[in-house]
Design a protein around this ligand. Structure first.
Ligand code: KG4
Ligand code: ZN
Length: 336
């Protein structure tokens, strides 16, 4: 087999997913293995950092081995080994970073440090390698909510971000309050299908206030409403809450596309798996006659294929990363 130019092993351990993937040229996924710790953390109602680190230690080697076997490659053929170096839980990040550096050293391959937020942006390139730029990206995960204008590879303009809770965090907190379990996003998404999104009008904070977001108020409103109306149906609460969050996200993304003359709108991050957000984003794109890029659900939530894709672009722009590069739990997206 002729070695492709960009055969990258990606490793992701920033939160509660141990993942490894092999991707060619930032777009062709040969394997993508994700070992989720949801069952382990579920009983605590959220991710317990120390428990997550220990689970990563246990799963890291088998997950990497599986990704190599499923890809049908010999590690000698790899171009580089890329790993998420932040942001995320520091103990978890260090497991993936150490594994990646060790393998890079043993296999004599370059190591590439990847920013987890940038990796989420590159999920769309796995399915649309020729994504036309500039695009407005709505990056919505458990830890972040950002509206980004992507003008080129590695060229990001931050248009706005949350001033308090991330969108995913609001889903998780509301689900926990309603006793629906963890993670909250998928459960609220599913339950909403049986509810009326207009049953309760929850507040849309900062709707006419630029591109920043605030989601702590809507969460408090849900709590207050349920306290006042203990007999209210959980499906109506879930659907109305989801409607309020999706309304704010898509209204601001739409305004950003118009203001910046973007050619498309793209979703990224775990909350991008939300059915209503996906539908409404497609509607907005149709309305504005621009393209919509809504990655497959498995590429929206944490995975290593997106890390390998971002790693390939970073290797081309910045070259290999020094092996003394550490992990940074607060690493920001490099915006200007
Ligand atoms: O990107 P991700 O997998 O991890 C982080 O980097 O944070 O995002 C996880 C977040 C969680 O808050 C989870 O509740 C949310 O994404 N999520 C969803 C859905 N699936 C996952 N939120 C709404 N609807 C979903 N279907
Ligand atoms: Zn993530």
């Amino acid at each position: 087999m002729r070695t492709p130019e960009g055969l990258i092993l990606g490793i992701e351990t920033s939160c509660d997913e141990t993942a490894a993937a092999v991707v060619v040229d930032g777009s062709k996924v040969l394997s993508s293995v994700v070992s989720s710790q949801i069952d382990i953390h579920g009983r605590y109602g959220g991710v317990v950092p120390e428990v997550a680190s220990r689970a990563h230690v246990e799963m890291m080697n088998p997950v990497i081995a599986q990704s190599i076997v499923e890809a049908g490659i010999d590690p000698k053929e790899l171009t580089a080994v890329a790993a998420t170096v932040g942001p995320g839980l520091i103990g978890s990040l260090l497991i993936g970073v150490s594994a990646a550096k060790s393998l890079a050293l043993v296999w004599d391959k370059p190591f590439v440090a990847v920013n987890h937020l940038e990796a989420h942006l590159y999920a769309a390139f796995l399915e649309e390698p020729d994504l036309p730029l500039p695009i407005v990206v709505l990056l919505v995960s458990g830890g972040h909510t950002m509206l980004v204008l992507m003008e080129g590879h590695g060229k990001y303009r931050l248009l706005g971000q949350t001033l308090d809770d991330a969108a995913g965090e609001a889903f998780d907190k509301v689900a926990r309050y309603l006793g629906l379990g963890y993670p909250g996003g998928p459960v609220i998404d599913e339950l909403s299908a049986a509810g009326d999104p207009h049953a309760i009008v929850f507040p849309r904070a900062m709707m006419k206030d630029g591109y920043n977001f605030s989601f702590s108020g809507v969460k408090t409103s849900v709590v207050n409403h349920v306290r006042k109306h203990p007999d209210v149906g959980a499906a109506d609460v879930a659907a109305s809450f989801q409607e309020a969050v999706v309304d704010v996200l898509t209204t601001k993304a739409k305004a950003a596309v118009v203001e910046h003359g973007a050619l498309g709108i793209c979703l990224a991050g775990g909350v991008a798996a939300n059915s209503s957000l996906r539908e409404r984003t497609l509607d907005v794109a149709t309305e504005l006659d621009v393209r919509a890029f809504v990655p497959s659900r498995s590429l929206c939530t944490d995975n290593a294929a997106m890390v390998a894709a971002a790693g390939w672009y970073r290797l081309q722009s910045d070259g290999p990363t020094a092996l003394d590069h550490g992990a940074n739990s607060n690493l920001p997206l490099p915006v200007y």
